[in-house]
Design a protein around this ligand. Structure first.
Ligand code: SF4
Ligand code: SF4
Length: 203
């Protein structure tokens, strides 16, 4: 995905559904390409996690493991600039970009406060997209996806919030599949989520 798509998607994951729909409109023309279709389903699951469902009680129970363990977190320039603008600096983030143009946020993350994120309203895109992101957790699934049906997203065992989102969205997919006689497209799934959930359903 290009940086501009990531930037627009980040806006979408922060509840700007018009930005999200711009991405959907731009990408669904290429939906016959498996990697694009995978990316669109991934984005709809990311949106469910960030906008339509409130899974914070699960994250509280988990204790914020995704902020503690694993490789460094990729930080786009737009993420970095936003953090610097808000905080006047960016502790824990590399000064230089790596070979694929990312800065890296170390884990354990210095912005973690208890189980929660101390920079929640301007956290990096990668934090918003976890655990349904296309770049990391789902790489193996993405590489074998042939464009048939809805990808079986793999989640870390400890991510109880992601599992809850997957469970709820799967039920909706099952309902839609019965109604349509086939599995829903990314847009159909998105529209169904939007129509069912007013903002932040408490799970
Ligand atoms: S997103 Fe998953 S791993 Fe991260 S705090 Fe929530 S439940 Fe834990
Ligand atoms: S920026 Fe926030 S969500 Fe991302 S790793 Fe740090 S504490 Fe966790």
């Amino acid at each position: 995905m290009s940086v501009s798509i990531e930037f627009e998607t980040k806006k979408g994951l922060r509840e700007d559904l018009e930005a999200f729909e711009r991405i959907l409109n731009a990408l669904e023309k290429y939906e016959t390409i498996p990697i694009v279709k995978f990316g669109l389903y991934s984005l709809v699951f990311q949106l469910a996690m960030n906008v339509f469902l409130d899974v914070s009680s699960y994250c509280e129970r988990c204790g914020g493991k995704c902020c503690d363990y694993g490789f460094g977190i990729p930080v786009y320039e737009f993420d970095y600039k936003e953090i610097v603008n808000k905080l006047g600096g960016a502790k824990g983030i590399s000064d230089k970009r790596d070979s694929v143009n990312f800065r890296i946020l170390e884990r354990p993350c210095p912005y973690k406060r208890g189980w929660a994120c101390g920079i929640h309203s301007f956290k990096p895109y990668a934090c918003l997209s976890f655990p349904f992101s296309t770049e990391d957790e789902q790489k193996e699934v993405m590489d074998t996806y042939n464009g048939e049906g809805i990808p079986e997203f793999k989640l870390p065992e400890y991510c109880i919030a992601g599992k809850k989102v997957r469970e709820i969205v799967k039920k909706i997919i099952d309902d839609l599949t019965k109604r349509l006689g086939r599995q829903p497209s990314p847009r159909e799934l998105y529209e169904e989520l939007k129509s069912r959930f007013s903002y932040k359903l408490i799970t």
